[in-house]
Design a protein around this ligand. Structure first.
Ligand code: NAP
Length: 258
């Protein structure tokens, strides 16, 4: 049975990925902090879901669960680095602790998990690594300094890893979601409501993206940019930069301490 690891499985795109891969007959190691939400997936989808409760912002927990997951479900066929956190705030209002936690979850743990699964994938000459970057990697976004930096780092690492592994059976898919209807996107809109222009653009659906990710792995595609309209950011980087710097609405400054 194919063994798929999905980090950030308790919500949004990750939860949709668990449903997608279980529907395709895989065994899924589902990783997140909220045990109750992972248990809901087990109750809904059955014993092919293997819940793992881990805090991926803690380097000591980032990969420690992996040997047990391999013992339970076999060698990893697909690693989906999906877990992510977003901070929508002015840079000056972000604490160093918040910044470090974001970089652990969004960049360093994904890279550590890649290091951990790659030797066995190369030994078997098969496997897939999927990295959830963001359109914020292609169009770094004012008000999301650290998120954009981490996602740009993950996107770049993912793209070059694909090239490095070109002569092997291991494939790498980089995913650049634009707005997709999940708790993360809704939380961002609570802080900076979408502009009239953004409201005109399509918003992605987690289940649709999950299906596209599974298909992209099967077809060994290099990347997904979803919804499609956001591919423009990749093809017009100078115009995109100008627009982002000039027109992106900013989060409100934090209220001064009383
Ligand atoms: N939705 C969008 O518009 C959008 C756009 C671009 C990119 N993305 C990327 O797509 C991925 C999925 O996002 P989403 O929209 O589905 O977000 P979401 O609904 O907020 O889900 C985030 C997932 O990450 C997990 N997570 C967060 N911090 C964690 C930690 N310290 N340890 C373990 N797991 C942690 C959460 O689980 P627990 O809280 O239970 O730990 C949750 O399952 C992220 O990488 C995000 O950056 C999303």
């Amino acid at each position: 049975m194919t063994h798929v690891i999905v980090t950030g499985a308790s919500s949004g795109i990750g939860r949709a990925l668990v449903r997608e891969y279980i529907g395709a007959g895989a065994a899924v190691t589902a990783v997140a902090r909220r045990a109750a939400l992972l248990q809901e997936l087990v109750d809904e989808l059955g014993s092919a879901v293997h819940p793992v409760v881990a805090d991926l912002s803690d380097p000591a927990q980032a990969t420690a669960w992996l040997p047990a997951a391999v013992a339970a479900c076999g060698p990893v066929d697909v690693l989906v680095n999906n877990a992510g956190v977003q901070i929508v705030a002015r840079t000056i209002d972000v604490s160093i602790a918040q910044m470090r936690a974001l970089f652990e979850v969004d960049l360093l743990t994904p890279l550590a998990l890649i290091q951990a699964v790659l030797p066995e994938m190369l030994a078997r000459d098969r496997g897939a690594i999927v990295n959830l970057a963001s359109v914020a990697a292609l169009a770094p976004t004012p008000g999301m300094t650290h998120y954009s930096g981490a996602k740009a780092g993950l996107g770049a690492a993912s793209e070059v890893l694909r090239g490095e592994l070109r002569d092997t059976g291991v494939t790498v898919v980089t995913v650049y979601p634009g707005p997709v209807d999940t708790p993360m996107a809704r939380a961002a809109y609570d802080i900076v409501p979408p502009t009239a222009a953004v409201k005109l653009l399509p918003e992605g659906v987690p289940a649709v993206l999950a299906h596209r990710i599974r298909r992209a792995v099967e077809r060994r595609r290099a990347r997904i940019i979803y919804p499609w309209v956001y591919t423009l950011t990749r093809h017009t980087p100078a115009i995109t930069r100008f627009m982002m710097d000039r027109f992106t609405p900013l989060p409100p400054p934090r209220a001064p301490a009383a």
